[in-house]
Design a protein around this ligand. Sequence first.
Ligand code: FMN
Length: 367
Amino acid sequence: MDIDTSSLFTPIVINGHTVKNRLSVAPMTRVTATQDGRATEKMTRYYERFARGRFGAVTTEGIYTDQAFAQGYANQPGMTDEAQANAWKPVVSGIRAHGALAIAQIMHAGAISQGNRFRTTTLGPSAIQPKGEQMGFYHGNGRYAVPTAMTEEQIAEAIAGFAGSAARAIGIAGFDAIEIHGANGYLLDQFLTDYTNHRADRWGGGTENRARLIFETFKAVRAKVGARVPVGVRLSQGKVNDYHHKWADAERDAEIVFGSLADAGADFIHVTEFEAWKPAFAAGGPSLMHLAKRYAPKAVIFANGSLHNIEQAVAALDDGADIIAIARGALANPDLPKRIGAQRTLNDFDPVILGPIANVKESELAM
Ligand SMILES: Cc1cc2nc3c(=O)[nH]c(=O)nc-3n(C[C@H](O)[C@H](O)[C@H](O)COP(=O)(O)O)c2cc1C
């Protein structure tokens, strides 16, 4: 490695919280909780390893937010009551013991829920069958069910689930920050996406309306956790069930979504693309991280997507990113920041880790 990586090791402040470097672990669902959604001792060891490996921030897997329609996967952890919130305490302590920022990602799976112990049916913005197939490594198979279109009451219940879970994550579990999952095809992204949202009310139609659930969720979370807690939103174009989706109004949508989140007071925005540095829309145009910085200049921008390529990670810091989020590269190198600091080579990611089920393996923890 013959690259100047010093820019990756400068601290940055997110709403009063110092992150000691620019390397963070991206959220990764590992279906390793108990059947009733409590984080486990194995998860504590799994998350602590990344902090010990000197990541500046560790974002959890997507945590479900209510005991209605939010859960997406069997053995996914939740934050829906005191017992689930308490179970996160050792995980948070493990992350913070090594000086990393602990960020809870909260999510509602909506129409692509494939395992929910509270309900046998799914909800979405409109009764449209999701594209793609359920994920086998999360215990699913076959097509997704056709969801029921959400009522106003069900939308309010979903928002309240996010807000209540955020409050428990901060107040009981002890997390430092909240990331609202607005990306990758889950409920908030289903509302944002033109082809999954055919609503004719204030939650559908133009981009401002389709993005309303993201903004309302953000505001409800902020109201519950207060001004001093870093709150951010993850956004993407691609989805777990549609990798190549592009926002319908391209850069105009980026302006509306990022600009409105900035106006609402988002402390950070996390953008994810398959390759973060590629043009978001037309060939030769700006990347999504660049657009996020352009339209939300005061927010800390997390960028994700194949940035275990360290040359690209360093370049991303000059293209709008403030923090680099790494998923597969962190599984292969839980001590990635230490390795980069010592100019050691990185291990390649081996997808075998995630098979046949994506749960955390003891062999992985021994690495
Ligand atoms: C096993 C696995 C689980 C994931 N689970 C989540 C999740 O819970 N929430 C989320 O926002 N993204 C999730 N992702 C997406 C990653 O955060 C990331 O966007 C993707 O892997 C691309 O980043 P990379 O190139 O660094 O791997 C997951 C990815 C993997 C590999």
